[in-house]
Write a protein that binds this ligand. Structure first.
Ligand SMILES: Cc1ncc(C[n+]2csc(CCOP(=O)(O)OP(=O)(O)O)c2C)c(N)n1
Length: 357
């Protein structure tokens, strides 16, 4: 049978993660990746700073009881922002609970992004407005949504690619393997971006993976695979853009780290050392890009202050919106779950109405 895979797209990932910037912000000379344009780099910086401030604000809101839970993506901004800014407006994003910064970067209203985590509603935003699927809490279900969606769109003749975000732990789920398999068979335009932050809650990589890298998991499914430095936003942006433009599936493993605990309900000191966290703080994605932009004369004191002020204003608007008490109706539980509500749920809704009366 004829092979349809483009010859230049190799299945095997590189041994070392691809990068464009070293941890001190100096450029890598012999990178096979193309450095994004200056205006893109400046925008990546702005969005990472705003994203980080949003993340800190959301974490603070859990401490004030305004949010039920918040899974921080601090430290993972290069993955969240670098990948989302590679999407075209027509493309779709399929995120997880960890990816609120990705949603905000895509343009979803921050308060609507947080409605689910506030416990106010099933989903706080209209998926069609910005082409963002629901933030999946069950691990890896969004991989299947992305493949099904992208394949269906292609069958309809639409020019759509899908980006699905998942964690290292999610690659141990059956859904990821089913999704990769059919993405490979259908050559579906889907980019799987695994944010390998080292842990599935408290379970380290060594206890859940025997492959040389998570990127190797694409090879068996005929899906070209890439290993990238997930704290290098220029590199993440470049590989995701290339993968989206390929028109077929790609599995990208981005090596990164979650600086905060799994959620505000987790005590990360029970399974990792402060030395380990400090080593990753030294690889900070925002500092790295700032060092590069400064050396190129693309970032100065005034620009830094302007971006910081914009981020502060953004956080203030999130606080103001989240400080309003919500009073959801208990009956809303039954809304928008089924197209036709089944009898047992109609009965439960009637019982609830009686109790509330
Ligand atoms: C199908 C399923 N099984 C178990 C869980 C419980 N659970 C929530 S988060 C998590 C770990 C996920 O780790 P990873 O995929 O690495 O993502 P991260 O939280 O590190 O971003 C687990 C096991 C779940 N949400 N869904």
């Amino acid at each position: 049978m004829a092979r349809t895979r483009a010859p230049e797209r190799t299945l095997l990932p590189s041994d070392e993660p691809l990068s464009l910037l070293r941890k001190d912000g100096t450029p890598v000379d012999d990178s096979p990746l193309s450095m994004p344009d200056d205006d893109v780099l400046v925008e990546l910086h702005r969005r990472m700073v705003i994203g980080r401030r949003f993340d800190t604000q959301a974490t603070a809101l859990t401490k004030q009881g305004r949010l039920a839970v918040y899974p921080s993506s601090r430290g993972q901004e290069a993955c969240e922002v670098g990948s989302v800014l590679a999407l075209r407006p027509t493309d779709w994003l399929f995120p997880t609970y960890r990816d609120s910064v990705a949603l905000v970067t895509r343009g979803v209203d921050p308060a609507e992004t947080l409605t689910l985590l506030q416990g106010g509603w099933h989903l706080g935003y209209d998926p069609y407005e910005h082409r963002v699927g629901p933030q999946c809490t069950p691990l890896a279900t969004n991989t299947l949504h992305a493949v099904g969606f992208a394949h269906a769109a292609r069958l309809k003749g639409e020019d759509v690619a899908a980006l699905v975000l998942l964690g290292d732990g999610a690659t141990s789920e059956g859904d990821t393997h089913e999704a990769l398999n059919f993405a490979g068979v259908w050559k579906a335009p889907v980019v799987f971006l695994v944010q390998n932050n080292g842990y599935a809650i408290s379970v380290p990589m060594s206890k859940q993976n025997a492959a040389p890298s998570l990127a190797h998991k694409g090879v068996g499914y005929g899906v070209p695979s890439v290993l990238v430095d997930g704290n290098d936003v220029a590199a993440v942006h470049a590989v995701v853009r290339e993968a989206l433009e390929s028109g077929g599936p790609t599995l990208i493993e981005a090596l990164t780290y979650r600086i905060e605990a799994h959620t505000n309900a987790d005590d990360a000191t029970r399974y990792r050392t402060s030395d380990e966290v400090a080593a990753w703080l030294d690889r900070d994605p925002v500092d790295r890009l700032e060092a590069y932009l400064t050396s190129r004369g693309l970032l100065d004191h005034a620009r830094r202050a302007a971006v910081a002020a914009e981020a502060e204003e953004f956080a203030a608007s999130v606080r103001a919106k989240l400080n309003v008490d919500v009073e959801p109706s208990p009956e809303d539980l039954f809304e928008h779950v089924y197209a036709t509500t089944p009898r047992h749920l109609r009965e439960q809704a009637a019982l609830l109405r009686e109790e509330l009366a």
